[in-house]
Design a protein around this ligand. Structure first.
Ligand code: NAD
Length: 481
């Protein structure tokens, strides 16, 4: 797909603007190598202007009746639906994922605005019994204030929406920093919010790099941080944020465990379904498959068979399931993980390299690797590529031990026909969510999604009323009669 490059602007205080800087960034498509568009790079004065506008707007917005705030969210959803195809094509061009996935992302973004609007009008407080008969105590939820939002490049529109929808619905204001190289979709989506009538200053978009994100986190006018990205960056951000409130949605290294009694065909299908979407660049992707040795051979046979349906190619082609990786750093990480696996004796059964002759050097073949040692990079780190590494364990205890031997803990899956084993994994896997008999690359819009407290995947929950709770303060009122 070829289009004229877009020149997009920053969005500050209700207006698209070039900002006060003189530098600009060219967005290059990972799919085609073409110049998709240019964005101006913001400077400190732009950040100050955005925070000032957000501060003023938030005071007024918090006083607006929640039914009106919800109505705005519904109008935003309608506008996103209207521009679904335009937004999806732009996202695929700058991010690289297949068009069908981008369409699903845009559809889900609209749904998130609706779900959070509906949850916001039911964000009830409580009345509390007091030991003193002359007192009446009650709680209610109040917006925190101005949020600094920092998002990754794997789901440009959805990650923005995961904070923008609950933030708007609960009376907060946002200053958003998407990564520069996938910022065009978010800036385009801002046109939907403008068309829906979002008040000036309530949402501001300033694409930028890490140092600009750091300035946002440290800004005195920012009350709270919403971050989605890697655990390494999350730790830096929290160190800079001090006592500022935060939601931290960080890295995953998701295990899919195949017990001896599993439906092996279903497990193999789920392992493949968990690894190829968005070229494996999904926080809850299937990053490791841990299989009982008694069913290893039959499972691997089914896995190789399943992998044949993953067509690598042009993300605008309907037949394509696997598009390019988004950037060279991610492709280089895949190269590194695969070289390490080979050195340690792992068996590459399918793929295992970049495909040559494509429009860019970012097309990585769908890959299945067997006999992966637990201390290899493929096992120890989030690979963020289209790969299914297979690790073998002795029995149920051993499989659970291997799954939990991981510093990260976002989402896991287990395949079993035993209710007892299913419950054991639900209760004992060190992750935020456990999926039984389905890929761990699965979520829903009203399901609380986030990391286990004892792991380095962050805290807070994305999804449903839980994000509303995380983006509000619990205020208590006491009345003496
Ligand atoms: P990243 O950590 O490199 O960057 C994320 C964002 O942080 C970017 O906008 C970046 O510019 C910004 N940033 C970098 N350094 C910063 C600093 N010092 N201060 C402030 N901001 C800074 O992550 P990425 O490569 O963009 O995204 C991939 C990661 O995101 C993966 O680890 C993936 O698992 C994770 N992720 C998690 C979830 C979730 O819900 N848990 C969802 C999507 C992605």
């Amino acid at each position: 797909m070829s289009t004229q490059p877009l020149t997009h602007q920053l969005f500050i205080d209700g207006a698209f603007t070039d900002g006060s800087g003189s530098d600009a960034f060219d967005v290059i498509s990972p799919a085609t190598g073409e110049h998709v568009g240019t964005v101006p790079l913001p400077v400190k004065a732009d950040l100050d202007a955005a925070v000032a506008a957000a501060t003023t707007a938030q005071r007024k917005w918090a006083a607006v009746n929640v039914w009106e705030r919800a109505a705005l969210c519904h109008r935003v959803a309608d506008e996103i639906d209207k521009r679904r195809d335009e937004l999806a094509r732009l996202q695929t061009l700058e991010q690289g994922k297949p068009l069908a996935e981008s369409i699903a992302d845009v559809t889900e973004a609209a749904l998130l605005f609706r779900v959070h609007a509906e949850d916001a009008v039911r964000l009830y407080g409580e009345t509390l019994p007091s030991r003193d008969n002359t007192k009446r105590m009650f709680t209610f939820h109040r917006a925190v204030g101005v949020w600094g939002i920092i998002t990754p490049w794997n789901f440009p529109l959805l990650m923005f929406t995961e904070f923008a929808a609950p933030g708007l619905a609960t009376g907060n204001a946002l200053v958003v920093k998407p990564p520069t190289h996938t910022s065009l979709t978010v800036l385009k989506a801002m046109e939907c919010l403008v068309a829906a009538g979002v008040p000036d200053g309530l949402i501001n978009i300033l694409p930028g790099d890490g140092p600009f994100g750091d300035a946002l986190v440290r800004h005195q006018g920012i009350h709270a941080i919403g971050f989605i990205g890697s655990s390494a960056t999350g730790a830096k951000i929290q160190a800079a944020a001090g006592l500022k409130r935060s939601i931290m949605e960080c890295s995953g290294n998701g295990s899919l465990v195949v017990l001896a009694d599993a439906d092996l065909d279903a497990a193999a299908k789920a392992a493949v379904d968990g690894a190829y979407p968005c070229a494996g660049q999904v926080c809850c992707a299937t990053e490791r498959v841990i299989v009982d040795e008694s069913v290893h051979d039959a499972f691997v046979e089914a896995l190789v068979r399943e992998s044949e349906r993953v067509v690598l190619g042009d993300p605008f082609d309907e037949k394509t399931l696997l598009g390019p990786l988004n950037n060279e750093a991610t492709a280089a990480k895949m190269d590194r993980h695969m070289a390490d696996a080979r050195e340690r004796g792992a068996q590459v059964l399918v793929g295992g390299q970049r495909r040559t002759g494509m429009p860019t050097d970012l097309y990585y073949e769908f890959t299945v690797v067997d006999d992966v040692p637990v201390d290899s990079l493929l096992s120890r780190e989030e690979s963020f590529g289209p790969v299914v590494p297979v690790i073998t364990g002795r029995d149920e205890d051993d499989l659970l031990r291997i799954a939990n031997d991981d510093p990260l803990g976002l989402q896991g899956a287990v395949f079993t026909r035993s209710m007892t084993s299913a419950f054991r994994f639900i209760e004992e896997m060190e992750v935020g969510q456990v999926v039984v008999n389905e890929s761990n690359n699965w979520w829903d819009v009203n399901m609380p999604f986030g990391g286990a407290g004892a792991r380095s995947t962050g805290w807070g929950r994305i999804g449903g009323k839980w994000t509303l709770l995380d983006m509000t303060d619990l205020r208590t009122g006491v009345i003496s009669l």
